[in-house]
Design a protein around this ligand. Structure first.
Ligand code: SF4
Length: 367
């Protein structure tokens, strides 16, 4: 079976990219949650009819005859589940934020370099959590507990930061879950023990439902952007100009915003291409936007390479270890990054050009 083309709802007016799952599985515990029932109503409204209500909490096996078939089946399937206690516990996640927490796990996008290939196990089914109120209630206990980034100069005023996009792209699923809007409103209106910020990054553009929320400046939406030579690896996502337009709308609605430039790759004529990208971002964003920039170069691990080649055997992605430097991450895990000279050249160029073309932006980190 060929890897499926991204499945989308009909979209004749070129509106936002909206994923429609082909199959939906709903566990018994998820069916009992009010948010799980709201998700079922949204799926019905979106015209999704193949919905299987399970009598227990185990998902049926999805494996196909090979990795590609398993991938295609899983990517067409949405599972509505409840979170295990170990999954919903806020986890330190430097340098992006103090803590991560999950709204979902898995993503309908088809990015060939996706980091989820190395961090999730099993078929890449998208799981959304029906017990959202329980997940959000668990955040209170870590507010003000001295996370990893809240003490830094660039972040101190933001308080305790929570990243919602470590294991998913929350905006990709919003039209069928409503979880992101509920989370933004919770951050904006809850009586917290100290300052907090919700953070997410996205390659999607369906922001209509976020514009009028009581966010109170406590959610920073970043859009993940790249140049054409890298965007070609990002199947099923919104195109970069649409992402930037959506970010501009959020900034005009008072949201703090950000650019996640990732994964940076030294493609042909990269200086011109990335320079044009920064100019396009500057043109879409209001001059007074509260804007941050994060720069993440391409990297891979032995595990992510293995999984990515199973899913995309014909990929043109550069996964050649012999041209890379080996780095040891947390717990001794090996990752392959660009060599020192390439890194120095990229970083020097980006830092100079960011100061020139987006002078009001706060540059958070390079990695
Ligand atoms: Fe992975 Fe993000 Fe692409 Fe989804 S949009 S497949 S999370 S890189």
């Amino acid at each position: 079976m060929a890897t499926s083309a991204p499945t989308s709802l009909p979209n004749p007016t070129r509106g936002p990219v909206l994923w429609a799952p082909r199959h939906v599985l709903v566990t018994a515990s998820a069916q009992a949650e009010p948010h799980g029932q709201a998700i079922l109503e949204r799926l019905a409204a979106a015209g999704v009819s193949d919905v299987r209500l399970l009598s227990g909490d185990r998902l049926p096996p999805l494996r196909g005859k090979d990795d590609r078939e398993t991938y295609a089946r899983a990517k067409r399937t949405l599972a509505v589940v409840t979170s295990a206690a170990s999954k919903r516990r806020p986890t330190p996640i430097p340098p992006s934020a103090d803590f991560s927490f999950p709204l979902a796990e898995g993503c309908p996008g088809h990015c060939q370099y996706c980091y989820l290939a190395g961090s999730l196990t099993g078929p890449p089914i998208t799981r959304v959590y029906a017990d959202l109120p329980r997940i959000l209630a668990g955040l209170d206990e870590v507010v003000g507990t001295g996370g990893v980034t809240s003490g830094t100069e660039a972040r101190g005023h933001e308080g305790t930061t929570f990243e919602a996009s470590c294991y998913t792209d929350p905006l990709a699923l919003e039209h069928v879950t409503g979880s992101l809007a509920a989370t933004v409103a919770h951050f904006g209106t809850h009586d917290w023990a100290g300052p907090v910020q919700l953070r997410l990054t996205t390659k999607y553009d369906d922001v209509d439902g976020l514009l009028d929320l009581p966010h109170h400046g406590r959610t920073r939406v970043r859009t993940s952007v790249n140049v054409g030579g890298v965007e070609r690896f990002e199947g099923g996502t919104a195109r970069v100009p649409a992402r930037l337009r959506a970010l501009g709308r959020l900034a005009r609605a008072g949201y703090p915003v950000g650019l996640t430039i990732a994964p940076i790759m030294p493609v042909d004529d990269w200086r011109t291409a990335y320079g044009d990208l920064l100019d396009a971002a500057a043109a879409e964003l209001p001059a007074d936007a509260d804007l941050t920039v994060e720069c993440i170069t391409h990297r891979f691990t032995p595990k992510s390479k293995d999984v990515q080649l199973g899913w995309y055997p014909a990929t043109k992605l550069d996964l050649d270890e012999s041209t890379r430097s080996r780095k040891h991450g947390k717990f001794g895990a090996v990752k392959y990054v660009y060599d020192r000279d390439t890194m120095r050249e990229l970083r020097g160029w980006f830092e100079g050009v960011l100061a020139e073309r987006l002078p009001a932006a706060r540059y958070l980190y390079w990695t």
